[in-house]
Design a protein around this ligand. Structure first.
Ligand code: URA
Length: 195
């Protein structure tokens, strides 16, 4: 196991014991994330849902199956990207995470960023977009305005690209969102072929 993988395993052990917010009370398994470590490409979603909470893995339910299709449009396999969420425990009835829950969980996401050192981060949905843009000193803007755009940021880790994307689940309850998401993921594919 490499150093980064070892550090991620320590983080996994920490979140298994985490009680920083009340979400720990309802969790079956916390979801740290999965994928290559270090990772060139990182995807950040919102929070685990029912199946993720059962299995301890990100995006394994219906939204995850659609995400696999979207990744393929960008020429990517799931095994090539590291996937995590803003909060690591499932909110009750899949409600949105509260600001204080996101705040409590932020140090875990920040440690993942510094360990994985991604060159590209795709944010999935408004929560991840706001958090990642502000983490890198960029102004958060509505996802409806900035989806599919490429943002460049500088960090202690060097230059990084951020592409805000709609959350894949939005197309499951609003089918017209599918074609918008297809276009955005093709943009990600073009970006990858240029860089
Ligand atoms: N939705 C998310 O935001 N994350 C998951 O892991 C699953 C569904």
């Amino acid at each position: 196991m490499g150093d980064v993988e070892e550090e991620l395993e320590k983080l996994r052990a920490e979140i298994e014991k985490c009680r920083r917010c009340s979400l720990h009370k309802g969790r079956t398994k916390p979801v740290l994330g999965e994928g290559p470590a270090p990772a060139e490409i990182m995807l950040v979603g919102e929070a685990p849902g029912y199946w993720e909470d059962q299995q301890g893995k990100p995006f394994v339910g219906a939204a995850g199956r659609f995400l696999n299709e979207l990744l393929a449009l960008a020429g990517l396999k799931r095994s090539q990207v590291y996937i995590t969420n803003v909060v690591k425990c499932r909110p009750p009835k899949n409600r949105d995470p509260k600001p204080e829950e996101e705040e409590a969980c932020a140090p875990y996401l920040e440690r993942q960023l510094s360990l994985l050192k991604p060159r590209l981060i795709c944010t999935l949905g408004s929560h991840a977009t706001a958090r990642i843009l502000s983490f890198f000193g960029l102004k958060p803007q509505p996802i409806t305005k900035i989806h599919g755009k490429v943002f460049k940021a500088q960090s202690l880790l060097g230059g990084i690209l951020i592409v805000p994307l709609f959350h894949p689940a939005s197309a499951l309850y609003k089918p017209p969102m599918k074609s918008l998401q297809f276009e955005d993921w093709k943009t990600v594919g073009r970006l990858l072929s240029e860089t």
